[in-house]
Ligand binder design. Structure first.
Ligand code: AMP
Ligand code: GLY
Length: 423
């Protein structure tokens, strides 16, 4: 099979790496890809929102399957466009991708179908939102309705912060049109878990769990980022919690989307909080997480092409997902200053150290070629992943491997997986 992956980050590198293991793969392309992906796929210089060019490329090259990985093209309907042109595509169509694309939609869906989540109200009028803030308890959480690169969530400790937050989101439009509507929701406490799943519109198969570290600095300080590191599985996601989620969240979500005439085919990523009242949904994403994919996919035993096919063909009920009985940890190497401002274009040294080592992965996120060498080209630069017999071993190996690579202004968190010690 000839496969085209759409995207350019660590997640896409992890997807490409999983695809390379498939016996059915004959040729792999990635648009636009990065310098790491270029070592295992042919990168084509087409952006993820250039739908016409992607469609033309897929037609001209007789691509058998396009895997759409990032949220923006999914929400904007790339899968619909490809399908309308007779090209097979993995990922939710526009109607289903709204599960991530509109937080107000997903909150209303959960309320309608009794899926546990934080209490909330939706607003499209800032005056009404401000009036609501007069009578709620703090802290409180404000969320821009639409996609905002994971940054549209504000946790406000008091009334003043919340008033400023409403202004930022709805009046100053800090997150653009994503702030035309807003969700105000109850603040929850508990451990967070990321659970990715495959869906075929009717059935759902759960992947192994993971935990992200969203804040930029050690001790969960600093600004929210795309994610600074992950581990898998989460020791806090016990069999008992898995059973509760299977009963109250997973299949119910798939059924709810089907009932709404929006059957979901692709990856649903459940952002869960394990509260004292049981697991609740923090958010849905309509795609693989990044860096979650960098610890989950290396542990998956199935041929990923079989699973993609089953999702598209509606035969997921015949698939048993299997994961290795081990653990993985990913530490993101970023450019110092991320997520605000940072310099890039620095040469990256030491990448050869990963060659021939089955337990170690150096997933590229923001890298590119410049004058024949690989240089930094983004905030998140590399995802250094290691597998081990257990989480502690995987963490030790991942941190060792972070030392193999050097570049100017290299930055990382030093406490990825610290929670493992509390398990
Ligand atoms: P989201 O993009 O919705 O996952 O939100 C980003 C982060 O904000 C989450 O990973 C949580 O850490 C935090 N968050 C979101 N919603 C809530 C909530 N209702 N209560 C507490 N923290 C939240
Ligand atoms: N790591 C969180 C996300 O992919 O949204």
């Amino acid at each position: 099979m000839k496969v085209l992956v759409v995207g350019s980050g660590g997640r896409e590198h992890a997807i490409c790496t999983a695809l390379k293991r498939s016996k059915r793969l004959t040729k792999l392309y990635c648009a636009p890809g990065n310098a790491g992906i270029a070592q295992i796929a042919e990168c084509v210089p087409i952006g993820v929102m250039e739908f016409d060019k992607l469609t033309a490329f897929a037609k001209e090259n007789a691509i058998d399957l396009v895997v759409v990985a990032p949220d923006d093209p999914l929400a904007a309907g790339l899968v619909d466009e490809l399908t309308a042109n007779g090209i097979r595509a993995f990922g939710p169509d526009k109607k289903a991708a709204i599960l991530e694309g509109s937080k107000a939609f997903s909150k209303d869906l959960m309320k309608k179908y009794g899926i546990p989540t934080a209490a909330y109200e939706n607003f499209d009028d800032p005056a009404k939102a401000l009036a609501y803030l007069e009578n709620c308890s703090y802290p409180i959480v404000l969320k821009a309705d639409g996609l905002a690169l994971g940054k549209g969530v504000l946790i406000c400790k008091d009334h003043d912060e919340a008033v400023a937050g409403v202004k930022e989101i709805m009046e100053d439009k800090k997150f653009g049109d994503s702030g035309n509507r807003m969700v105000i929701e109850e603040f929850m406490t508990g451990r967070e878990v990321s659970v990715l799943s495959f869906c075929d519109g009717k059935s759902i198969r759960i992947m192994t769990s993971a935990q992200d570290h969203k804040r930029a600095k050690d001790g969960d300080q600093g600004l929210n980022t795309g994610g600074m590191g992950t581990f898998s599985p989460s020791p806090f996601y016990t069999d008992e919690i898995d059973a509760i989620c299977k009963e109250t969240i997973y299949q119910k979500t798939v059924d709810a989307m089907a009932s709404e005439g929006r059957p979901f085919k692709g990856v649903i990523f459940f952002g869960l909080m394990l509260t004292k009242d049981g697991p609740k949904v923090l958010e849905y994403n309509a795609r693989f997480g990044d860096p979650e994919a960098q610890v989950v996919l290396p542990r998956m035993k199935n041929d990923i092409l079989d699973v993609f096919d089953a999702c598209i063909d509606g035969t997921l009920d015949t698939v048993d997902l299997e994961f290795e009985d081990n653990a993985a940890v990913c530490v993101v190497l970023a450019s110092d200053g991320y997520p605000v401002s940072y310099q890039k274009g620095f040469a990256i040294n030491g990448l050869d150290a990963f060659e021939g080592k089955d337990d170690y992965f150096c997933f590229h996120a923001g890298t590119k070629f410049s004058d024949g060498s690989i240089v930094t080209a983004g905030g998140r630069v590399l995802g250094i992943t290691a597998k081990g017999a257990d989480l502690k071993e995987a963490r030790k190996k991942a941190y060792e491997a972070t030392e193999w690579v050097t570049f100017e202004n290299k930055y990382m968190r030093h406490d990825i997986g610290k929670a493992i010690d509390e398990a």
